[in-house]
Write a protein that binds this ligand. Structure first.
Ligand code: AVJ
Length: 322
């Protein structure tokens, strides 16, 4: 305990980045952990794009099919003259399906932590949608942020696709939904993509692809620490592990140490035992009912749910509860 508090104090000094602090804290904790939010540097974002095209990785394909088929029905739930606010917009590919289907969208507000990506995508959107106000906000969408003033008179529709909500612990998912209700205000609609509980074989294959892209995506966390923090992880000494935890309805991803080893990060020694794991991601799966219960507990009323033909993925519409 004493040791922990000394570590925490030293790590709060400015000369360490948030990434450095989280890596050292996570790798000196028991069990060891690293946050999935660090997957997405340039290499990781590229690897994730590759994942979305893998034959085993069904979520992106299913969600695009659902949006392609049902975006007009979703848009009919929006107030006339709406601002579409996307939490964690990335490439805005899914938002484009909404924009194409919904003439009622007057403004698009992509919220993303990467300001470079945001600016480039905003320029492309302005070119492709001449009458749309594109108002990017560079912010961590899990923290409080200000919506652009110019949308004050518009209705609000939140958009949170990709099953990103599945990365949160249940209590964090509830907190996020409450936070979204606060940002979006009365009469808002929230469109959320969630991955559904299904047979274990399909679930585990999606995170253990034959081409090994998910393994590279997972290992990139250590490669990133090597690049950005001057750490000296030997990637050959770790293996990718992903399995379904049925009791908690989540895929867990870990990096398993193949042997007893020592490594250093920012001058700090990290020790790993043989077979010790670093827990890098949870990806929660829901049923339409379990997600509805979560939403009701966070200030939202489920109004509609759409699914793909296999029932693998679901896009749900929620209305802010009065
Ligand atoms: C982007 C969080 C939805 O959980 O399926 C893909 C990330 N991790 N393969 C997911 C991911 C491993 C993905 N999400």
């Amino acid at each position: 305990m004493r040791f922990q508090s000394v570590v925490a104090r030293r790590l709060s000094e400015d000369r360490y980045s948030a990434f450095a602090r989280d890596v050292i804290e996570g790798l000196t904790a028991r069990p060891k952990r690293l946050s999935p939010k660090y997957f997405y540097d340039e290499t990781g974002s590229r690897l994730f794009e590759e994942i979305t095209a893998l034959p085993e990785y069904y979520p992106t394909r299913c969600e695009l099919a659902i949006l392609g088929a049902h975006a007009p029905e979703m848009a009919r739930l929006f107030p006339a003259q709406t601002a579409l606010i996307e939490f964690g917009s990335g490439s805005s590919k899914k938002a484009r399906l909404m924009l194409d289907a919904a003439p009622s969208i007057a403004a698009y507000v992509p919220v993303d932590i990467s300001s470079k990506w945001l600016a480039e995508e905003a320029a492309r959107l302005r070119r492709d949608y001449a009458r749309l106000a594109v108002l990017p906000v560079a912010a961590d969408f899990t923290e409080s942020f200000q919506l652009p003033r110019s949308i004050a008179t518009l209705g609000r529709a939140g958009f949170f696709p990709g099953s990103t909500i599945g990365n949160f612990e249940p209590h964090q998912a509830r907190a996020f939904l409450q936070h979204a209700a606060g940002i979006l205000g009365e009469d808002a609609i929230l469109i959320v993509g969630i991955d559904l509980v299904k047979d274990e074989g399909t679930l585990t294959a999606a995170y253990n692809d034959a081409a090994g892209v998910t393994a590279r995506f997972n290992l990139n966390l250590l490669a990133r620490a090597n690049r950005e923090l001057g750490a000296d992880f030997d990637l050959a000494k770790f293996s990718h592990q992903a399995f379904y935890n049925r009791e908690r309805a989540r895929i867990e991803m870990h990096l398993v140490s193949r042997s007893r080893q020592k490594t250093s990060v920012c001058g700090r020694m990290i020790e790993l035992g043989e077979c010790e794991t670093i827990h890098t991601e949870n990806s929660y799966k829901f049923t339409v009912e379990s997600f509805g219960t979560l939403a009701r507990g966070a200030g939202w009323t489920p109004v509609a749910a759409w699914s793909d033909a296999d029932g693998y993925f679901s896009v749900q519409a929620l209305r802010a509860a009065k």
